[in-house]
Design a binder for this molecule. Structure first.
Ligand code: AMP
Ligand code: MG
Length: 410
């Protein structure tokens, strides 16, 4: 057993994590796999898009200068999408055309079928087309050579659409980090496998951490719940180290006699960056590195584990992927009643948010115990309550980290 040597402040811990987090290598990644990754360099249009003038409607391609209401046109060919017409359009002629069909030579406008007497070998014009009517011009969307997506862009469905339009089958993105999650604790039982015996609880952390890592865009898998036994822990952490860019453990990292995670990591050659943060919830947080691998020892209390994941692991994962939006949004909030921090360290208080005419009103979700998993489902934000003993007077503004961004627009 060992006591904390030196507790550091939250901003310093965050800085140490980010400073030591590498950008992962760039990989050409298929469009289907690139979702939520960030482009490593600018992507330029390879062609004009659309590549040819084409029809925006179903109707007839005509020469607009021939058009007169009541005039009868002769239909000489057709141009469905994907099959250009063989003929061109002469005076008094028309080519049947469908959305996406190539505008035939000679034609400069498309009359919607609704503005004619209907489909047939001939038709009568009911409404005059102006030059260019219903024609989508080549290059009107993007021009060859234009930067269509700048470096750093996070790939979402619109970006995938735009890249595909240009014929890109892969995108140069920073690789997705591989996260291996290991929960530790002899009391842990995998949910859904059996009933609990006295003293046991279900492992919730590893599920929550895998989900949160995936939400951040990482590839995450759970190893298993290791018991608090030196040999088991050692082989589990060794196994995690084999494939992981980031190892995240939960539990066993405090100062109890059964807290063996830190010493096991150090035995395995992990270099400690810090252990212990002046922060609630999550004081015993451990962070270390081994080669290119980053290791986070999160505390076992479920709220501490999740909050530490959000504040330390998530930004590291986002940074590895070159994401510009690695930080959660921060807003100023106020409380209706005085708030006192009795913990002697920064308290990230779980609060709900309500928009009022005075700004964002924060309200504690209730008891702030680190084991209260239900409190997390009610929290919109973490209000950062400093350790100053006087308390925060009602109405004073303080900073909060927004966990549910959708709350800001509702
Ligand atoms: P520890 O950090 O190992 O001292 O654990 C602190 C508290 O969190 C204890 O009450 C543990 O039973 C609980 N705990 C540890 N790991 C988990 C887990 N994976 N899921 C749910 N609770 C856990
Ligand atoms: Mg434990």
């Amino acid at each position: 057993m060992q006591l904390f040597e030196k507790l550091i402040e939250y901003p310093e811990a965050e800085r140490l994590v980010l400073e030591s987090t590498p950008l992962l290598p760039v990989e050409e990644t298929s469009l289907d796999e690139a979702l939520r990754l960030a482009l490593a360099w600018d992507l330029a249009a390879t062609t004009d898009s659309p590549p040819f003038d084409n029809s925006a409607v179903d109707g007839y391609a005509v020469r607009s200068r021939d058009a007169k209401v009541g005039r009868v046109f002769e239909v000489v060919d057709e141009a469905p999408a994907g099959r250009p017409a063989q003929k061109s359009v002469g005076e008094g002629e028309a080519i049947k055309i469908f959305t996406g069909g190539v505008i035939p030579d000679g034609a400069d406008a498309v009359v919607m079928v609704e503005n004619t007497s209907g489909w047939g070998e001939t038709f009568e014009l009911k409404k005059l087309p102006a030059p260019g009517n219903n024609v989508r011009a080549a290059g009107e969307d993007t021009r060859r050579g234009d930067v269509i997506l700048p470096a750093g862009t996070e790939v979402g469905s619109p970006e995938i659409a735009l890249a595909a339009t240009q014929g890109y089958g892969t995108l140069p993105v920073y690789r997705r980090p591989k996260v291996v999650v290991l929960s530790t604790g002899t009391e842990l039982v995998e949910p859904g496998t059996r009933d609990l015996e006295p003293g046991e609880i279900f492992d919730s952390n590893s599920y929550a951490i895998v989900a949160a890592a995936r939400e951040a865009g990482a590839e995450a898998r759970r190893l298993y719940a290791a018991s608090d036994d030196a040999d088991t822990l050692r082989s589990a952490i060794e196994e995690a180290l084999e494939t992981a860019d980031v190892v995240v453990t939960s539990g066993g990292v405090s100062v109890g006699e059964k807290d063996l995670v830190k010493s096991t990591m150090l035995d395995l050659g992990v270099e400690q960056v810090f252990w212990g943060v002046k922060f609630k919830p999550g004081k015993p947080l451990f962070y270390g590195t081994r080669g290119e691998t980053r290791l986070f020892g999160l505390p076992g209390n479920p709220v501490s584990a999740m909050v530490c994941f959000d504040l330390f692991v998530r930004p590291a994962l986002m940074r590895m992927m070159g994401r510009r939006d690695k930080d959660r949004p921060r807003i100023m909030v106020y409380f209706e009643r005085e708030v006192v921090n009795k913990f002697g360290r920064l308290h990230a208080m779980r609060v709900s948010l309500k928009r009022t005419e005075k700004g964002w009103l924060a309200e504690s979700v209730g008891a702030q115990g680190s084991g209260l998993v239900s409190s997390l489902t009610k929290a919109d934000a973490l209000a950062l309550i400093g350790p100053a003993s006087d308390g925060i007077p009602p109405g004073d503004s303080i900073e909060a980290i927004v966990l549910r961004q959708e709350k800001l627009v509702s």
